[in-house]
Design a protein around this ligand. Structure first.
Ligand code: F6R
Length: 636
């Protein structure tokens, strides 16, 4: 939530900042801003700040009118938390002299008391944001340090930031520039991501790798509590206690960090089309080739030590949004396939009402970004409360599932499954949802094999089904892309849609409804089909389409009866189901091949994604950057 970028080196900063912000715009697009510091021949430099409400393009236009010069600068793209999305609340925020600028991603929880304290000392605030307290605090600290005769320097700026940080409560990543020091900038992070990219004689710091990938492949992820002084000559890194830290940078590999729309109109559309490849990569990485040799490898190859699987009596999964929907499918598999009692929690609820502790529990945090504040905090809380118990049966066993191994989640948990879907830019998660599902199939199969909870032949059948998936997905994506594009106009005036599913496809109904809501702003509800008659059926009439997922298996007949009940109330019925006489009741059919019921969510989700995409695109909406949303939710 919010993206920050900072650069220092031998080139003009503003174009680099704008390009970095372009790559981070998925993190928020309520406003954008930048500040640069230009060195002047005599004495201190000159700080220029440009800000614009709305998308980055507005800032770009402003920059074309009023260029901001200098080789050092900071930038920000905002998702509004404190203060409306207006220009006066856009970052950077300045101190009273207008010569010190700060960008921040996070929330300063004690900003009110800090603001009162600063106001009492005569500071005038120009915005409603929590961030504005920071430049004023640093500025006052600099004034104190300088009153003892110290000259302006990067080290002085670093010292002032270090003195102010303990006063800030909450999670943040921030960057600071000062007009007095055109050759220095300071960055810091606590519980919000920040990475430094090392170029040749220049450094770029950003909230996420896409902003760095076009600049350098050599990166230094900052650890929690660290503060760094960047100059064209190097990085001075300090831990939270002020000690100097030396760390070897790492390399970004592959192209997964580069965001490119190719020939698609929207990232979301491209990412939906990438799913056959996501599945093919997953199969190649995790399903060893079939072998009859004795002692042949196990069904699934997961990069996890045996101890993760040993003695697990129950599993709890913590996640938000789409990741939670994938987790619900995961829980179904872990219970029905591997026989392990599994609960899924909204991470934001778990934090404040966790269930009583049970022994031998595996806790799985699922977050595609690896940065969702609630999921991370829930995991930390679980680790802490288990740490208070002496009995080793209650020890925390944490596993993470993410698309961003280099994220905060990756550093928080001892074991990680990287879904490897490649960077996802569209705010609506699609290919990462599929990647999360596949990861759960792998995990459930691995548990089931170890526990012999299903016969080897049954498990092998599922593995064969997974191997067939990439080809099935390819056909399905192409077919439904066409069909859903043709259908979209039917929803031009629709205000409500109901999605129904049962069993393992109930979470897909939830996901279908979420996709539609978030990108087309149509009200939608996902419901377990059998629950309709307990209330929601009252909503149905000819203006409320019902999308019903009916896949052969345990609940096929039941879902068809539930669909009949909706039809009897004049609802327009859209079926996600195999073609055949049983499914002739649907007014519109989005056909899906009749696969093993356990594998069906991997296919039924495709028409859900494409239907939402085409409805939103038909309505002319901003599919990749829907209103009020951001790709990674780094605030509570
Ligand atoms: C929906 C969507 C969100 C995220 C949620 C959690 O398309 O993308 O609901 O799933 O904000 O995000 P992660 O998975 O990054 O924790």
């Amino acid at each position: 939530m919010c993206g920050i970028v900072a650069v220092i080196g031998s080139r003009e900063a503003a174009p680099l900042l704008l390009e970095g912000l372009r790559q981070l715009e998925y993190r928020g697009y309520d406003s954008a801003g930048l500040a640069t510091v230009e060195a002047t021949p005599a004495g201190p430099g000159q700080l220029t700040c440009l800000r614009a409400e709305g998308k980055l393009v507005n800032l770009q236009q402003r920059y074309e009118q009023y260029p901001a010069a200098g080789h050092c600068g900071i930038g920000h793209t905002r998702w509004a938390t404190h203060g409306k999305p207006e220009e006066r609340n856009a970052h950077p925020h300045l101190d009273g002299t207008g010569q010190l600028a700060v960008v921040q991603n996070g929330i300063i929880e004690n900003h009110r008391s800090l603001r009162e304290q600063l106001q009492a000392s005569g500071v005038v605030f120009l915005s409603d944001t929590d961030t504005e307290v920071i430049p004023h605090l640093i500025s006052q600290c600099l004034a104190r340090l300088r009153s003892s005769g110290r000259a302006a320097s990067g080290s002085l700026l670093l010292e002032a930031v270090q003195q102010v940080l303990p006063e800030l409560h909450g999670a943040y990543a921030l960057a600071v520039v000062w007009g007095e020091t055109p050759g220095a900038l300071v960055v810091a992070r606590r519980q919000a991501p920040l990475l430094i990219g090392l170029g040749e004689g220049e450094f770029l710091c950003a909230s996420d790798t896409p902003a760095l990938a076009g600049f350098t492949r050599t990166i230094l992820p900052m650890e929690d509590g660290e503060v760094a002084l960047l100059t064209p000559l190097g990085i001075e890194l300090h831990d939270a206690l002020g000690n100097r830290v030396q760390r070897t940078p790492s390399l970004l590999t592959g192209t997964e960090h580069v965001a490119d729309k190719r020939s698609f109109r929207h990232f979301m559309h491209k990412e939906i089309h990438e799913q056959p490849e996501t599945a093919a990569l997953w199969v190649a990485r995790h399903l060893p080739p079939p072998s009859d040799a004795p002692g042949s490898p196990s069904l699934v190859a997961l990069p996890l030590p045996a101890k993760v699987f040993e003695g697990v009596e129950q599993i709890q999964i913590l996640a938000c949004g789409t990741s939670r929907h994938a987790s619900l499918v995961g829980a179904y598999l872990l219970e029905q396939l591997a026989g392990i009692p599994t609960s899924v929690f909204h991470a934001s609820e778990f934090r404040y009402a966790p269930p009583p502790l049970a022994p031998h529990t595996l806790t799985i945090g699922v977050t595609q970004s690896g940065e969702t504040a609630d999921t991370l905090a829930a995991l930390v809380m679980e680790e802490e409360r288990r740490g208070l118990i002496a009995d080793p049966a209650y020890a925390a066993r944490l596993l993470g599932i993410t698309n961003r191994a280099e994220s905060s989640l990756g550093r928080l948990v001892p074991h990680l499954l990287d879904i490897g879907a490649g960077i996802e830019v569209g705010v609506a998660a699609t290919k990462t949802f599929l990647g999360q599902l596949l990861t759960f199939y792998g995990l459930a199969l691995a548990f089931a094999e170890r526990r012999s909870s299903r016969s080897p032949a049954q498990l092998q059948d599922l593995v064969s089904g997974l191997r067939a998936l990439p080809a099935q997905l390819k056909e399905l994506v192409e077919e439904h892309d066409r069909r859903c594009a043709e259908l979209a106009h039917l929803f031009a005036d629709t205000q409500d849609v109901i999605f129904l599913g049962r069993g393992i496809n109930y979470p897909i109904a939830l996901e279908g409804a979420l996709k539609l809501k978030e990108i087309s702003y149509i009200h939608a509800e996902g419901y377990p089909a059998g629950e309709m008659k307990h209330g929601p059926i009252a909503l149905l009439d000819s203006r409320v389409p019902v999308v019903s997922i009916a896949m052969p298996g345990r609940v096929f007949e039941k879902v068809l009866s539930n669909a009949q009940e909706a039809k009897a109330r004049d609802a327009q019925l859209i079926g996600v189901a195999p073609e055949g006489p049983d499914t002739a009741l649907f007014d519109v059919l989005l056909p899906v091949p009749a696969v093993d019921e356990l594998l069906s969510p991997l296919l039924t989700v495709i028409p859900m994604q494409l239907l939402s995409y085409h409805i939103a695109a038909h309505r002319g909406l901003d599919v990749d950057q829907p209103r009020n949303l951001a790709k990674s939710v780094t605030v509570e």
